[in-house]
Design a protein around this ligand. Structure first.
Ligand code: NDP
Length: 376
């Protein structure tokens, strides 16, 4: 867990409102532990992680050290030698190791309650559906799938299996994002007037799957712009009714032969709130801001998996709010463990993932037609 002593000290220095927000963080922790006077829950909810790539190796597998309810009991990989080596490192039993060909046998493994899919985007739908057919809960990385139709098929598979489906929007489980949402919903600064959400990074190697349309489903929108879409939806608390988008891509850049670089898009919400958003594979962008009647509040960075920051601005006064830095992946995995055990819908369910894809499909249509696109 990344709660440093410095952060705790900063946390105690915080203002009254910040402490209220911080209490939210500690109540999240207390709830995860089964309540303030309850013993911690047992780590009995077993996961199999599918695809041992950079996110799995760098963030997800290490996160099991920070979970309260979840444990790593399986690995699925195209490379059995890597699976064995990684399995040995994390104490995964030999019976929990699978290839993509033997994946369906996971149905017979009672140690594994859920499958965490960390594959390239075009494989999310297939492995979610196979995992549900095998009787497992599913945590699938964002974007949920490459099309709305695939998202619908995944939701149907979860319903048919009577299992929970969680889309990997890790930010919804950590204290900074939760504080932003609470500030907006409780109207700490009055009604929200506008939202700005910008997400991007400068992508490297032109040969990677993220730059191949068939695999990634698209360019920056699918991979990073989706954070801006999701933020606009969770900060407004509404579903958008219209999208208007413009693209800027240098087609001579070898990275962008198949997919887009930068898209500037606006989402219009039923209340009248407009979100102004940027998605880019060319520049670093990492900011989500809410402009309300009596002030603004923002996170920068907002989509990173650590070192998040929250500031509020009232006129010329700028105040930093201090909250605990938590392990997003551990919190999210424990949330599915709880949802799966109690048979309740997770916070970021298939509908949430599908609704982002509806916006992204509308963004692409608006770019293509040069017109605003209504979202049904
Ligand atoms: P990587 O390419 O690093 O890893 C993907 C893994 O999938 C590979 O290592 C491989 O594992 C497996 N795989 C199976 N089939 C293929 C194939 N045809 N081509 C390539 N890999 C294949 O990707 P990332 O880990 O960066 O991303 C995986 C997913 O996680 C994506 O959907 C991405 O959007 C999401 N992501 C989410 C983040 C977040 O913060 N929530 C951050 C980064 C990524 P093996 O060799 O074991 O079979």
């Amino acid at each position: 867990m990344s709660n440093s002593h410095t952060t705790r000290r900063d946390f105690m220095r915080a203002t009254g409102v910040s402490l209220a927000a911080a209490t939210l963080g500690s109540s999240v922790a207390a709830a995860e532990q089964g309540g303030p006077n309850q013993p911690p829950p047992a780590r009995t909810f077993g996961y199999a992680v599918v695809g041992i790539g950079s996110l799995a190796e760098g963030s997800i597998l290490p996160a099991f050290a920070n979970t309260q309810r979840s444990r790593l009991m399986g690995l699925v990989s195209g490379d059995m030698a890597k699976a064995r080596e990684t399995g040995a490192q994390y104490g995964v039993p030999e019976r929990g190791l699978y290839t993509y060909d033997t994946f369906d046998r996971i149905a017979d493994n009672p140690d594994i309650h859920a499958v965490y899919i960390v594959l390239p985007n075009n494989l999310h739908a297939e492995y979610t559906i196979r995992a549900h057919k095998a009787g497992k809960h599913v945590l699938v990385e964002k974007p949920m799938a490459n099309t709305v139709a695939d998202c619908e098929a995944m939701i149907a598979a979860a319903t048919a299996a009577g299992k929970q489906l969680l889309v990997g929007y890790r930010l919804r489980y950590e204290p900074f994002t939760q504080a932003m949402i609470r500030m907006a919903r409780e109207k700490e600064f009055g009604e929200t007037r506008a939202i700005v959400a910008e997400a991007g990074f400068n992508i490297g190697n032109p040969a990677q799957w993220r730059l191949q349309k068939a695999t990634a489903g698209g360019g920056s929108m699918m991979d990073i712009g989706i954070y801006a879409v999701n933020a606009a939806r969770y900060l407004s608390g509404e579903e958008p009714v219209e999208v208007n988008a413009t693209e800027s891509t240098d087609k001579n850049d070898p990275r962008f032969k198949e997919v887009e670089d930068t898209i500037h898009f606006h989402m219009k919400f039923p209340s009248g709130v407009i979100a102004s958003c940027l998605s880019s594979y060319g520049v670093g962008l990492n900011r989500a801001r809410v402009h309300a009647q009596r002030g603004s509040f923002e996170m920068e960075p907002f989509w990173s998996s650590n070192n998040l920051r929250l500031r509020v601005m009232r006129g010329n006064v700028v105040e930093q709010r201090y909250l605990p830095q938590r392990d997003h992946f551990a919190l999210m995995m424990d949330h599915l463990a709880q949802a799966g055990t109690n048979n309740t819908a997770p916070l970021t369910d298939g509908i949430d993932g599908r609704n982002d894809m509806k916006v992204i499909e509308a963004v692409y249509e608006s770019v293509r037609t040069g017109r605003p696109v209504r979202i049904a």
